[in-house]
Design a protein around this ligand. Structure first.
Ligand SMILES: *Cc1c(COP(=O)(O)O)cnc(C)c1O
Length: 359
């Protein structure tokens, strides 16, 4: 007889390990292609030497460094085992009853429905608009007395689209003050918008205690394998997050690497210009070949291929480039190194591919 497991977990797909394809180019996970800088590797090596000791559970040094960098207080910053852990913790601190609602656009980040189900709360999804962008009016209209938290992924994963500051402010002004708005800014560093409309959640949150911003070291800072992200928000929210935090889940190595990466941020952030240039080059080449590709503000592009998405993903793998299909909606392709992107573009713009998938 096997152990009794919560039956409602049956609705969550079991984890299936990704197939490995020796020699294939991987443009499926929005990673940075560069290894850590030497100064970061050195900090990692020094932290490893102390692996017999527990890490600082309150991550004081890291949170202090983030607070200094952003011009906020230590009490405004929480660290998490990747920002995905913070997503789960945010639902845990806001939802307890089955009728508590977690609101988000769809498609958006795949973790949102999962962390909602794990918490036993109710997911409410609002379709993206025809441009694959957050429909903020519809999102505001979907708020009910049971809404506890709204996730707004800006720029949105997997479509790459973003809303500017004016639109986000208009939305925030419509949200009741007791509903937590989480601005998930995992791709913040790839945003290129005019300064006057640049959507910086940390700035917008300064006067709004119901706004919480998530950022991560996994994408532009290149530490996806070490698992560290952070939340910036009102001290009451941060304090609650620390109550549900899995003790010591941000490792000593992750904390040290994140601190060293913040110190090296000018060099790391400079790299995003090359990624942005590649992303725009990929988009232009795909559009020239006949694809529809929404404007991307992230390090990936979205191809809305509908029912053919899975087949397209399989054909790309066959051609040596692993990309990410999303059900019957589309495929997401990360901007990698130029030669990797060229490998994808060779497949994507091949007349045979175009005839088969766009015909
Ligand atoms: C990648 C990503 C994250 C960050 O994940 P980590 O857990 O920090 O690696 C968060 N939100 C979105 C939308 C993402 O795409």
């Amino acid at each position: 007889m096997s152990a009794h497991i919560r039956p409602d977990l049956d609705a969550i797909p079991a984890y299936v390990a990704g197939k490995t394809h020796p020699g294939a180019v991987k443009l499926a996970s929005n990673e940075t292609t560069f290894p850590p800088l030497p100064s970061v590797t050195k900090a990692i090596a020094e932290a490893v030497e102390l692996s017999n000791r527990y890490p600082d559970n309150h991550a004081i040094e890291l949170r202090g460094a983030i607070a200094d960098f952003l011009g906020v207080q230590l009490e405004n910053v929480a660290a998490g085992c990747g920002s995905v852990a913070l997503c789960q913790e945010l639902v845990q601190i806001t939802c307890r009853r089955p009728e508590d609602e977690v609101l988000f656009a769809w498609r958006s980040f795949e973790a949102y429905p999962i962390v909602t189900q794990v918490a036993g709360a109710k997911a409410v999804q609002v379709p993206l608009d025809g441009e694959f962008t957050h429909d903020l009016d519809a999102l505001a209209a979907a708020i009910t007395p049971n809404t506890r938290v709204v996730f707004v992924c800006n720029p949105n994963n997997p479509t790459g689209t973003a809303r500017g500051k004016a639109e986000i402010v208009e939305f925030l002004d419509k949200v009741p003050g007791d509903v937590l708005v989480v601005l998930d800014e995992a791709y913040f560093e790839y945003l290129r918008m005019p300064a006057e409309d640049f959507p910086n959640g940390v700035e917008l949150g300064r006067t709004r205690p119901n706004v919480l911003v998530l950022r991560t070291f996994s994408k532009a800072y290149g530490l996806a394998g070490l698992r560290v992200g952070y939340a910036v928000g009102a001290p009451e929210v941060i304090t609650a997050l620390m109550k549900v935090h899995i003790p010591f889940s941000v490792s000593r190595v992750a904390q040290a690497a994140a601190i060293a990466s913040l110190e090296a941020r000018s060099e790391l952030l400079e790299r995003t210009d090359a990624v942005v240039a590649e992303r725009d080059r990929m988009r232009a080449a795909l559009i020239a070949a006949g694809y529809r590709v929404p404007v991307s503000h992230s390090n990936f592009v979205w191809l809305p291929l509908g029912a053919r998405s899975a087949e397209y993903g399989a054909a790309s793998t066959e051609a040596g480039v692993i990309i990410r299909p999303y059900g019957a909606d589309g495929v997401r392709v990360t901007a990698g190194d130029p030669h990797e992107n060229d490998a994808f573009l060779r497949f994507a713009t091949d007349p045979e591919t175009v005839a088969r998938f766009l015909g």
